[in-house]
Each structure stands twice: as structure tokens, then as C-alpha cells.
Design a protein around this ligand. Structure first.
Ligand code: SF4
Length: 484
């Protein structure tokens, strides 16, 4: 049996589809949704007495029951070995209305093939679709005490392009689309017929999971492959340029980071802009410094008052505080459930009034989380604003090309930097990534009886502590760099 996600994979890259067939991956959702979305949509539309499909249903089951129901929920259909699950079908006088259910506030037109694939299977099953809708989330909805389904959902009859209406779904109903050829090729083909070829698709919407497997390489730290934000890097590689120091000046964009990378290679591995870096460090060197890191959960459906769809609940922070006398102390917070207000209170208690807060990518992470909390808990707004005014972004010297070491290999994440500046390594921890931390915290939050929750708490603490301690190590490394 072929699933619709297989078709999507095959269309992106045939090799990807066959590689994925060999892997048994455990799906872990990035977004948390404890509620069953289709069930909420059923309530939203006020549907009663419907056919409901089950996992593993034979496709004939729904066909046999077509005459017995008005509404069909999660019905399984199949054609030519392609299996689909249709969220909602509504029988009307001259056919069926089809409702897709999407998690996104704006269902994107770049996913149009998904809708076409579904419509093709239904067409081949003789299901005459008269109208197509998408029920999706209203990104502007703010939850009050109870979830208001009428405000949470929106029904559209079109897809969106950059937040604006684009393709009309009804135009896809009889557009002559035919999947037969693709399915035949999927069934006949094999991995051996599709050798790896490096193309744009390999890095489309993030690096392909099989990139290292397709293109195994042991690259030196100063490889031109690590040149960042370079549109013509592949051209240089094809011309035989191997190292950063040999980059063609007429083929680079000339950003400060690229300059730092090329200079570092020319200098034997390291570069820093002495003047700019010392000026930046001097702006906060004599203060108490709080190196801080947050962890948070992202909810698709807002579970608590004041949250919007896709908003976050910070559940943990770790801070390493460096006093002017050089002493370093550690504090942390971790809680489950709706701990947002406790999080704010604890933070305000733990951070001294005169301290500067140092986070990594602060504007896109810690500061953003605090701004969300400020909107949700207006009484704390003045205090949060005051905290926000004391943030410093540790990513600045790296993202602005003030410093580069070829050992960074074009990667400026905290996890990568800490390996350059110390012998610490996240891989040695039971939790080694932010998403891992979220998955583990979910066990704690849901009070999972199959795991040792004390151990989970210790692992979470070790992970978040390493994040804030890494920031301290990176800071010390920058100071040492200036001293040499
Ligand atoms: S890395 Fe590229 S060639 Fe390999 S499976 Fe992914 S998309 Fe296909």
C-alpha cells in the first residue's frame, strides 16, 4: 500500500522515497496537540450521527456504507494501491462536499499536489465532489477560559500564498490530474535506479534527512562547502575550488561573515575584528551577567487562557550568574502544566535588578517568549519590559562576522560553538537537543507512568544547564581571544 506522504516524498526525490521505505522512523510531533483535531472540527460543524473510519479499515468498508450516512469522518479510500484518509465528506443532493482539515492558519498553495492526489483517488472511486473546503486554524484567535470553536476555526475554499488567497480549491475538482504514471513508476522502481544527485531539493525546507548518507564526505574545517549564505558556492566547487581562502571574490556576496570565514582560513584558522569585538564586550563587561536559556512547548490548539494557536508555554529556564567578583552560581526553574505566571515570577526573583541577561538568538527565542508572556499577563508588562531592555544577544559577534574559527564549520549554533571553545559535548547527555527536551518534558507533563519522572527531570536539568553554561564558556572564550 502506498500512502499520500509517500507520493509527496517521491515527487520531491525518487531516491528519498526508496531510502525512506527502508527506515522505520518513530514519528514525534513537533507541535503538541492533545486534542483530536478532527473531533474538534466535527463539533465545530455541529455534525451528528456520522460514519467514522478506523485505522486499518479495508477501503471497501466505506464504499459499502455510502448510502447509509450523510457525513463521513476519516473515511479510508484507496485506488491503485494509493490509500488516503479523508477528514470529512458530506453527502449533498448531487454529490459530496469535501472538507480538508489543516493545522496551519494559512494552508499553503505549495501543498496543492496533496489536495490533487486526494481528489484523484476520490474521482477514481466514483465519488463526485461538488465543493471543496478547508477547515483551518484562525491564527488571530486568543483563548479565553474555554475553547471557542467558532472562533478557533475558519473555513476557506481556497489556498493561500504568503497569507493571501490564491488557488481556488474547486478549480482542482476536475482539472484532469492523473497520478497513474507516477504510481506505476513508484511500484516498478528501486533505489539502485536512483543514484544520489545533488540538487536544490536536497536542501529544500531544511537539509534532507538522508543528505549525509547520499553524500558522505569527510570535509576539512576550511572547506569551501562551509561558506555561509553563498548562492554561487556550488559553481565554485564545480570549478575545483576546495578551500575558503581560495573563494572567488567575484562569486561571493561579500557579507561580513564570509569575509571572516575567508580571513580565518588565510590566517591559519582564526579571525576576529579586534576593535568591534572589544567594543561590544566592553558594553557589558563590568556588569553582573546572567547567561540564560529557556525551553518551551508549542501548542497547536491553545490549552490555556491568553494563548493563540501555535503559541508557547515556557516550562524551564537555566541561568548561570557571573558576578563582578568572578563567582559563578546556577539557578533553574522547571514546572509542568500552565506554569507561565510562576515562570515570570521566578525569573523576576532570580535575575538581579542590575544584571544583563545574555541569551543566544535572544530576539527569536527568549525575548520573543517574554513578549508573548507580557501580552498574556499584562500586570507584569512593566517588569518584563524592564527585563527585555537588559538583554544581550551572544549570537551577535558570530552572526555579524566579528569572529570566526574554521573549527565552527559554518555552524553558529550554541552546540557547535561550545565544541570549538571547550571539550564539552551535548552528545554525552541523555537529552541532547531542544526537541528532545520537549519530548521528555511531555512525559513529565502527562505524568507518564512508564518512565522514571525523577530521571527525566534530572536529564532536563542537565540539558538546560549545559545550554546556559555553554553561553558562559563562549563568553570566556571571547574574552580570552581579546587577551591574546
Ligand atoms: S539528499 Fe538529495 S538525493 Fe539524497 S535522498 Fe535527499 S533529496 Fe534525494
Amino acid at each position: 500500500m502506498i500512502h499520500i506522504s509517500d507520493v509527496k516524498r517521491y515527487k520531491r526525490c525518487q531516491r528519498l522515497y526508496y531510502l525512506d521505505q527502508d527506515q522505520a522512523t518513530v514519528y514525534q510531533p513537533y507541535l503538541r496537540h492533545d486534542e483530536e483535531l478532527t473531533k474538534l472540527v466535527v463539533d465545530y460543524l455541529g455534525i451528528d450521527g456520522y460514519y467514522i473510519g478506523q485505522r486499518g479499515d479495508a477501503p471497501e468498508r466505506v464504499i459499502k456504507e455510502l448510502n447509509d450516512h450523510e457525513w463521513f469522518v476519516k473515511a479510508r479510500f484507496a485506488y491503485d494501491d494509493l490509500r488516503i484518509k479523508v477528514p470529512l465528506l458530506h453527502k449533498v443532493r448531487d454529490g459530496y462536499e469535501l472538507y480538508f482539515v489543516m493545522y496551519a492558519p494559512f494552508p499553503k498553495d505549495e501543498d496543492v499536489e496533496f489536495y490533487r492526489d486526494n481528489l484523484w483517488v476520490l474521482r477514481e472511486n466514483g465519488i463526485k465532489i461538488t465543493k471543496v473546503y478547508i477547515v483551518h486554524l484562525n491564527g488571530e484567535y486568543v483563548r479565553d477560559k474555554d475553547l471557542d470553536l467558532k472562533k478557533l476555526f475558519v473555513v476557506s475554499d481556497h489556498l493561500y500564498h504568503q497569507g493571501r488567497p490564491s488557488i481556488k480549491l474547486d478549480d482542482l475538482i476536475d482539472d484532469g490530474y492523473d497520478l497513474s504514471d507516477i504510481l506505476a513508476r513508484m511500484k516498478k522502481g528501486s533505489l539502485a535506479q536512483h543514484p544520489p544527485i545533488k540538487r536544490r531539493r536536497c536542501k529544500l525546507r531544511g537539509l534532507c534527512d538522508f543528505y549525509a548518507q547520499c553524500f558522505p564526505q569527510v570535509l576539512p574545517d576550511n572547506s569551501i562547502e562551509f561558506l555561509v549564505s553563498s548562492a554561487k558556492k556550488d559553481q565554485m566547487i564545480n570549478e575545483g575550488i576546495k578551500y575558503l581562502k581560495d573563494a572567488r571574490i567575484d562569486l561571493i556576496e561579500g557579507t561580513r561573515v564570509q569575509y571572516a570565514q575567508i580571513q580565518a582560513d588565510r590566517n591559519g584558522g582564526s579571525y576576529h575584528d579586534d576593535l568591534a569585538l572589544s567594543k561590544w564586550l566592553a558594553s557589558f563587561k563590568d556588569k553582573t551577567l546572567v547567561f540564560i536559556d529557556f525551553e518551551w512547548e508549542t501548542y497547536m490548539i491553545p490549552p490555556y487562557r491568553g494563548l493563540r494557536p501555535y503559541e508557547h508555554v515556557p516550562f524551564q529556564y537555566s541561568m548561570h550568574m557571573l558576578k563582578k567578583d568572578g563567582t559563578l552560581t546556577h539557578r533553574e526553574f522547571i514546572q509542568t502544566g500552565d506554569c507561565r505566571e510562576d515562570f515570570i515570577r521566578s525569573l523576576l526573583k532570580d535575575v538581579p535588578k542590575d544584571a544583563y541577561l545574555i541569551a543566544y538568538n535572544a530576539k527569536g527565542a527568549e525575548m520573543l517568549r517574554l513578549s508573548e508572556l507580557k501580552r498574556q499577563f499584562e500586570a507584569y508588562a512593566p517588569f518584563i519590559d524592564e527585563l527585555l531592555s537588559r538583554f544581550i544577544d551572544m549570537a551577535y559577534p558570530f552572526q555579524e562576522g566579528l569572529v570566526y574559527d574554521t573549527k565552527m564549520r559554518g555552524n553558529f549554533s550554541v552546540k557547535s560553538l561550545v565544541k570549538v571553545v571547550s571539550d564539552m559535548d551535548y552528545e554525552e547527555l541523555a537529552i541532547s537537543s531542544g526537541m528532545d527536551a520537549v519530548y521528555k518534558w511531555r512525559l513529565l507533563d502527562l505524568n507518564d507512568k512508564y518512565v522514571d519522572l525523577d530521571d527525566v527531570k534530572k536529564d532536563l536539568s542537565a540539558y538546560c544547564s549545559l545550554d546556559s553554561y555553554s553561553l558562559y564558556l563562549i563568553y570566556k572564550w571571547l574574552l580570552d581571544l581579546m587577551a591574546t
